[in-house]
Every structure is written in structure tokens, then in C-alpha cells.
Ligand binder design. Structure first.
Ligand SMILES: *Cc1c(COP(=O)(O)O)cnc(C)c1O
Length: 470
């Protein structure tokens, strides 16, 4: 399987290079040269299979010769063996035609574990074969950081540097990152928003000399390997509740447009998905883009669903590439203009194409709290604020007719990751699972930096110097 850059100015790459590089050298995002296809009968045959078996069969389409299906079977069994539910991604029926797909049974209680547990093992295997080391740098809006740290601490061929926006992640999210006491972990709290963290990471990669000295690599959702791993639960959910050719819709709480784009990839591979619902919080740039064509970042508003407090959604570039019939030169011109003007208008033709696959809805803070409360009253169960955004959007999109038939809302985090919001809505404070019972007693280690790439670079160089014992 070959991968192409969305900006058409980089050589084709194989899965190994895509995994290690993250971003393409021309600043674009890697995309599979063509969409692999499911064989007739294959999806129905996944029903009842172990999650890791399906994961291996689906991911093998994307890895080519770099990982065989047998390699992936062992890797996935190991990666998902640590999840605390035997179905790994269980689905729970919450209405006549409504389900919730629980994606929070991994080690850090959010869906980011699905990809990161696989990536950590892939990095270990590939770097071992090559005899190389890497510094993995990640910007996190809250959940990616912990998922990356938990997936990579055991890999002595990598250092992990995680940038999070200071004061803008929940206490549980922060502590999950800062209480991991390992020599290869470096947490940096940046005085700014997630978009600042993401911009710093981009600047550090653009600093070629530094990127080469530090051997920088990325695990943000710009890394195709993550999306490849995330296509799997769309497939298992469909196989569990629908017939081979029956369409199902999915509603996805969305920030960086990675998770919902994985759903789009599954659809392009032939999974019968009717529509993908893009659920945003008050940071609604994607909703505005999909409904009015205005892709114009506003200031980031902190919300109770901080993992979606994002304005510039990196993976949206992948959808634009598709909507432009993969015209990389045209996309490059659009992205360059966007860099200068900080605004992009999608014409009616592009918007109409996107509307065949996507519908969107923006959920306010009051609606988020009301949805947590309603869900608790109706089912007795607690949901986290991100999940509430998705459930609220699912109901709204059904009311407008944008979605019909079977609808699955993705539940992206455990309610105990966001106890304040859940308690505010319901009066009930969710307990952390036993593995984290003493989280608030563990000591934290974290550096702080201004929202400035130079300052962050200095901290990283210091960490690496210390590590190499110089
Ligand atoms: C990361 C995250 C999201 C958003 O996912 P994207 O791939 O960035 O769109 C939603 N919910 C939770 C809990 C997350 O951690």
C-alpha cells in the first residue's frame, strides 16, 4: 500500500515511513493511494469474532508488507488484552434504533487508547528492526497525551514529549499524564490553548535541523496509523448490529476531525455507513464549515468537553483532498491561502459533496449538561460531556431528518475523567476505576513554558541531553 501527500509535493511512502514521519515532508497529510475494499460477505463474517481478530484483518489492508496479518493479530491481541471489557468496544442499546459505542475501556479511559496502544507496539517493532530511536512529540487537548504516555513508556527506543494547554485539561486528565514516573517522559504545560500547542509542534517539525537532531516523530491524529486503527470499531459495531448491506449512521464527538474521518475511511472501504454526524461543542468551526462553508477559526472557548476545544482541525485537510477529487495542487493553493488569511470558503459544490457523507450539529454548554442529566434520568447510567455532545447531536440530527434508521453515538471517554461536569449535571460524582483510585495521591512532574516554539525547543534539548547522560 502506497501513501500520497494531500499536497502532492512529496514522494509516495510506505506504511513504515508514514508511521515514523507523521506529517509528509511537504506539510501535507498522508492518505492511502486508493481505498482498500472489503470482500462480499466479509463484514457479516466479522460478527462474533474477537475484536483483535477484526483489527488485524482491517489494519492489514493499510500496513502492506510492513506488518503481516499474523504480526497484527499478535500485536492487537497484546494491545487490546489490557482493556477492561471483554468486548473491547461494547455497544449498548439506549433506544429503539439508538446505540452507544463505549470506547473508554482502555488504560487511560478514552478512545485514544484504541490507536495509541497499537502505535506504541508498532513503533517498538519498527525501531527495533531498524536499530533506531525517536523523540515523539504530541500536542494534547487532554486525552492523547496520557494515551501516548501509557502506550510508550515501556518502549526504551522512544522519548515522549507531551504539550498540554495549562489549566485547560481536567485534573484527572492532567494527573494521568504528569504522575507517570518514567525517564523517557517529558510533560510540558504550555501557557496557551491547544491550538498553540499544535502550532508549536508544527514549528518544531518545520525546524529541519532540530527535527533531525532530536529525531522527531508525531503521534497526533495526523498520523495515518492512528486512523487506520480507528476504522476498526466502526466495522465491529456495524457487524454487531446490522445486516451485511444495511446502512448504519454514526455520530462522533469531534475536535481534530480524526475519529470521524476514520469512519469516513471505513465507508470508502465499503462499510455501509449512511451518514457520519459531526458533533461539536461551542467550538463549532466544523459545523460552520459543513453548513455555511465558512472555515474561519474563532478564539477557542474553554468548555466542559476540553478534548474538543479545537478550532483548526488538522484532519479536515484530508476531507478537502477527497472533496477536491484528490487534486493536491488545488488543495495546496487553498491551504497556503488559508495560512495567510486565516479563512477559507468552501464553495457549494464542495459543500454538497461533503453533505452526502456528513451532517453536523453544534451543542452548547447548557445542552451538554442537560443531556448528561437526561441520560442519567432515563437509563441510570452516567456519560461524560464529550459523549453527551454526541448523544445530543444524534437526537437533534434525527429530529431534522439528517439521520434515520440505526444510529450509533460514539462514547469517547469514561465519565470519571470529567467528574465535575458529571456531578454538576446529575449530583452524582463518578468514581475512577480501581487502577486510578490513588491518582490524586501520586506526585506530579511537569515543566511549564510560554506558548513559544523556541522555549519548548530549549526544554526538549535539555531533556534529551539529560537522557543521553551528556
Ligand atoms: C480526542 C477526543 C475527541 C475528538 O476526537 P478527534 O479525533 O480529535 O475529532 C472527542 N472526545 C474525546 C474524549 C477525545 O479525547
Amino acid at each position: 500500500m502506497d501513501y500520497l501527500s494531500t499536497r502532492a509535493n512529496a514522494p509516495a511512502a510506505d506504511f513504515e515511513n508514514v508511521l515514523l514521519a507523521g506529517l509528509a515532508p511537504d506539510g501535507g497529510l498522508y492518505m492511502p493511494a486508493r481505498w482498500p475494499q472489503f470482500a462480499p460477505g466479509e463484514i457479516a463474517a466479522f460478527r462474533g469474532k474477537a475484536y483483535s481478530e477484526v483489527a488485524a484483518a482491517v489494519m492489514a489492508r493499510f500496513t502492506g508488507a510492513v506488518f503481516s496479518e499474523a504480526d497484527l493479530r499478535a500485536l492487537a491481541a497484546d494491545a487490546y488484552g489490557g482493556f477492561d471489557h471483554r468486548d473491547v468496544a461494547p455497544i449498548v442499546q439506549v433506544g429503539e434504533e439508538d446505540w452507544i459505542l463505549e470506547l473508554f475501556h482502555g488504560p487511560t479511559l478514552a478512545f485514544k487508547d484504541f490507536a495509541m496502544q497499537v502505535l506504541g507496539r508498532m513503533f517498538g517493532a519498527v525501531l527495533g528492526r531498524r536499530g533506531e530511536r525517536l523523540t515523539i512529540i504530541a500536542a494534547t487537548s487532554g486525552d492523547t497525551g496520557a494515551a501516548a504516555i501509557y502506550a510508550l513508556t515501556a518502549c526504551d527506543r522512544v522519548d515522549i514529549v507531551v504539550l498540554h494547554p495549562e489549566g485547560r485539561v481536567s485534573d484527572v486528565q492532567r494527573r494521568m499524564m504528569t504522575t507517570v514516573d518514567a525517564p523517557n517522559v517529558c510533560n510540558i504545560a504550555v501557557k496557551g490553548a491547544f491550538d498553540d500547542c499544535q502550532a508549536i509542534v508544527k514549528d518544531l517539525f518545520a525546524d529541519r535541523a532540530f527535527a533531525e537532531t532530536a529525531r522527531l516523530s508525531g503521534v497526533n491524529s495526523i498520523n495515518w496509523a492512528r486512523l487506520a486503527a480507528q476504522t476498526v470499531y466502526y466495522v465491529t459495531a456495524h457487524a454487531a448490529l446490522a445486516e451485511e448491506n444495511e446502512t448504519v449512521s454514526f455520530v462522533v464527538p469531534t475536535g481534530n476531525f480524526g475519529d470521524v474521518f476514520a469512519g469516513y475511511a471505513a465507508k470508502r472501504m465499503g462499510l455501509p455507513i449512511k451518514r457520519l454526524g459531526v458533533a461539536t461543542n461551542a467550538n463549532d468551526i466544523l459545523h460552520r464549515a459543513l453548513t455555511a462553508g465558512d472555515y474561519v477559526p474563532a478564539a477557542v472557548a474553554p468548555t466542559r468537553s476540553p478534548s474538543m476545544d479545537i478550532q483548526v482541525a488538522s484532519n479536515f485537510e484530508r476531507l478537502l483532498f477527497e472533496a477536491l477529487d484528490r487534486d493536491g495542487a488545488a488543495l495546496r493553493a487553498m491551504m497556503e491561502a488559508f495560512k495567510n488569511t486565516r479563512a477559507m470558503h468552501l464553495d457549494d459544490n464542495i459543500r454538497a459533496r461533503m453533505a452526502t457523507d456528513f451532517a453536523s450539529f453544534a451543542v452548547s454548554e447548557a445542552e451538554t449538561l442537560a443531556e448528561i442529566k437526561r441520560h442519567h434520568a432515563e437509563t441510570g447510567a452516567l456519560i461524560d460531556p464529550h459523549t453527551a455532545v454526541g448523544r445530543r447531536a444524534a437526537r437533534a440530527l434525527r429530529e431534522t431528518g439528517a439521520l434515520a434508521g440505526k444510529v450509533v453515538a460514539l462514547s469517547t471517554a469514561h465519565p470519571a475523567k470529567f467528574p465535575d461536569a458529571v456531578e454538576q449535571a446529575t449530583g452524582v460524582r463518578p468514581d475512577l476505576p480501581p487502577a486510578f483510585a490513588d491518582l490524586f495521591d501520586r506526585p506530579e512532574t511537569v515543566l511549564t513554558a510560554p506558548a513559544d516554539a523556541k522555549a519548548v525547543k530549549t526544554l526538549i534539548l535539555k531533556h534529551l541531553e539529560h537522557r543521553s547522560g551528556r
